[in-house]
Write a protein that binds this ligand. Structure first.
Ligand SMILES: NC(=O)c1ccc[n+]([C@@H]2O[C@H](COP(=O)([O-])OP(=O)(O)OC[C@H]3O[C@@H](n4cnc5c(N)ncnc54)[C@H](OP(=O)(O)O)[C@@H]3O)[C@@H](O)[C@H]2O)c1
Length: 243
């Protein structure tokens, strides 16, 4: 059995810790360690088998795949370092600028890269439903409105997932109706998305709700194991699921 060795960027974060826990229960993944800027934490791990460090050069050589859930300003830099080490790179970080995506696509010529604003496995199905509804309503008088609800600490709005769902709607209707976006940041909501197709006197609501970030973590680990075995290229969750 091949074991895929994973390193996490954003190790101390909400997602980083959920992914570390998810790896513990995965039959073919093993955690190598993580990157943190917190010096004290890396000192605490000095005698631990995990490599917890502020220096990616100490961690990346020991991994098969790097999983990044950190901050959009640093994702491109970590992707370049992964490419220098020839390691697969999966990023779930949202809020990337166009230049950030350009870097991911550039390094995908050397290593397998996957970016997903939402690593929940059922979101791929939701996107497909949205695409289909938008295609069926393409010539009719419907507004498309996308609402995302997240916890108070989420930095980007609209969420990366909301933008992905909007992209699916545009693929379905070939650009006849542009979606509009609204975001709520409140309490500890993990992630909820509503895609409303509203006409005169009626609304279709396609809703995707995540109540536990384990869902994102599980999908991310499954995708990381899959990605480590791929050729260089730029991949999406649809490729992992074969949809
Ligand atoms: N794809 C998905 O399914 C999905 C699901 C949920 C969240 N997300 C996205 O994942 C990202 C992280 O979310 P989260 O809720 O885990 O956030 P979080 O709890 O704030 O954790 C982010 C971590 O990234 C690290 N970090 C932040 N800025 C950094 C920098 N400049 N350099 C190096 N490390 C840095 C921090 O680690 P240190 O302080 O230890 O350095 C922090 O622990 C966000 O973009 C979020 O939108 C994606």
């Amino acid at each position: 059995m091949t074991i895929t060795v994973v390193g996490i960027i954003g190790y101390t974060g909400r997602m980083g810790q959920a992914i570390a826990r998810s790896i513990e229960s995965h039959p073919t993944a093993a955690l190598c360690g993580g990157v943190t800027r917190k010096q004290t934490l890396s000192e605490q791990h000095e005698n631990s088998p995990l490599i917890v460090t502020d220096n990616p050069e100490e961690l990346f050589p020991h991994c098969d795949v790097i999983v990044d859930f950190s901050h959009p300003t640093v994702t491109p830099m970590f992707a370049r370092i992964a490419a220098q080490h020839g390691k697969a790179f999966l990023s779930g970080t949202t809020g990337l600028e166009e230049e950030g995506y350009a870097v991911l696509k550039e390094v995908a010529e050397k290593i397998p890269v996957l970016h997903a604003a939402n690593t929940s496995l059922s979101l791929a199905v939701t996107r497909r439903l949205v695409r289909q509804a938008a295609a069926l309503l393409k010539d009719l008088d419907y507004d498309i409105s996308i609402l995302d609800k997240h916890h108070r600490w989420k930095k980007d709005a609209p969420s990366g997932t909301a933008l992905t769902l909007g992209q699916s709607a545009l693929e379905g209707n070939e650009g006849t109706h542009e979606p509009t976006y609204a975001s709520i940041r409140s309490g500890a909501i993990v992630g909820e998305h509503d895609v409303l197709f509203s006409g005169a006197g009626e609304t279709i609501n396609i809703q995707h709700t995540v109540t536990d970030r384990k869902v994102f973590a599980r999908g991310a680990v499954q995708a990381a194991v899959w990605l480590a075995a791929q050729k260089p290229g730029f991949y999406a969750m649809d490729d992992v699921l074969g949809v």
